[in-house]
Design a protein around this ligand. Structure first.
Ligand SMILES: [Ca+2]
Ligand SMILES: [Ca+2]
Length: 69
């Protein structure tokens, strides 16, 4: 599930927190589930965090997650 960084099958602020911890070197890649790659480009970058933040700000929907055509 794209956007679900911690794998609890829900997209919550905890997923953003986990990604932020990863970028702060407080969490390892092993702690992230596949959903941490929010935009589905097979890399975990700040763009994935940005997309999650846009989702919580109602600037993006679940349809914006994953690879876009
Ligand atoms: Ca989650
Ligand atoms: Ca990505």
């Amino acid at each position: 599930m794209y956007g679900d960084a911690d794998g609890d099958e829900e997209i919550t602020s905890l997923d953003v927190m986990l990604l932020n911890q990863y970028f702060a070197n407080l969490a390892t890649l092993e702690e992230l589930e596949a959903g941490a790659d929010v935009d589905g480009d097979e890399e975990i970058t700040s763009l994935d965090v940005m997309l999650l933040n846009q989702y919580f700000a109602n600037l993006a929907t679940l349809d914006d997650f994953g690879p876009q055509e």
